[in-house]
Ligand binder design. Structure first.
Ligand SMILES: [Zn+2]
Ligand SMILES: [Zn+2]
Length: 312
């Protein structure tokens, strides 16, 4: 497959020749440089962090960040890229104006955080239309993302994450991501594909010429067809910046977002393997799994992914 696009990011993605970037979301307690050390300790060569608690709006003043310590740690441990995950409280189209303003402020902070630390983007859950439907909110959503991008420092990237198809959640249908990318048309905007969310939203991850090996859940489950076919139909590979690789505790099409360790959930191993081996090799893989000891992404899960992509 030819994925020659995305030139503006090849400087940070796939910095070490030959090895696929495989990492996980780790704690940034004590500072983001400590997160880089934690990532290296589980055998990761890329990392994702929060800029603070994902369930609190509180952030420390950006001036207090030690960007130099982070770049030194990244260089020392060979960890790159560094991705930031935005907080879970965000809803860019809430009917509550105070929540929209808080959401925008949080994302403005994260964009500065990303630029300051030389990261490769902030992964964002856009929020929910709260029953009003996509058409009712798409204009507002576009304008608000565009406003955040317009104010962001150079080097920051905003990455829309596909969601699990829960009630009203934005961007579980990939055409919504395509529409935002087209209408905003900024090199600072990209997206992140989460395998668990796609599975929950009804996609199979297997061979696009077939039905996949993952059965659709029985009750009220939605069958969205092949994820790969949809990504190709919408020409979304170029703007894909990173891949969240998580198994799922729930059946395909469940609309439930509960991550499982790789190989221990309900995504058929053949489908996950097909998908990962199909994705552009220069896109980092980030695990957000519970971990075998329930302490988050660990060496065991990274090793499982390395085996799937043929790196032992
Ligand atoms: Zn996410
Ligand atoms: Zn995710």
């Amino acid at each position: 497959m030819n994925n020659s696009g995305n030139e503006h990011r090849t400087d940070t993605v796939g910095a070490t020749a030959g090895a696929r970037r495989i990492g996980g979301h780790v704690s940034a307690a004590g500072g983001p440089d400590k997160a880089v050390e934690r990532a290296a300790a589980i055998g990761a060569n890329c990392v994702q962090i929060f800029s603070g608690s994902p369930r609190s709006w509180k952030r420390k003043p950006i001036e207090e960040l030690d960007a130099e310590a982070v770049s030194e740690a990244c260089a020392e441990y060979g960890v790159s890229p560094l991705i930031t995950h935005s907080l879970y409280l965000i809803n860019l189209v809430s009917e509550d104006p105070a929540l929209v303003e808080k959401s925008m402020d949080a994302l403005r902070y994260d964009m500065r955080f990303d630029a300051l630390l030389g990261g490769s983007g902030i992964v964002v859950h856009l929020g929910s239309h709260q029953g009003r439907g996509w058409e009712a909110v798409r204009g507002l959503l576009r304008d608000r993302i565009a406003a955040i991008l317009a104010e962001a420092p150079a080097g920051a990237h905003f990455l829309i994450e596909n969601s699990a198809g829960q009630n009203g959640k934005l961007s579980s249908d990939l055409f919504e991501i395509r529409m935002l990318l087209d209408e905003i048309a900024s090199p600072a905007l990209g997206w992140c594909f989460d395998t668990c969310h796609a599975h929950a939203a009804g996609f199979h991850l297997g061979d696009p010429s077939g039905q996949g090996k993952t059965a659709v859940g029985s009750k009220d489950a939605r069958d969205a067809g092949s994820a790969i076919a949809e990504i190709e139909r919408l020409k979304l590979w170029d703007e894909l910046v990173c891949i969240h690789v998580n198994d799922s505790r729930d059946e395909r099409g469940s609309g439930r977002d509960r991550h499982a360790d790789i190989g221990d959930g309900l995504i058929a191993a053949d489908d996950l393997s097909f998908f990962l081996n199909y994705t552009p090799i220069d896109r980092p893989i980030i695990l957000e799994v519970p971990g075998v000891d329930a302490k988050g992404p660990d060496k065991e899960n990274i090793d499982r992914v390395r085996r799937i992509v043929g790196e032992d």
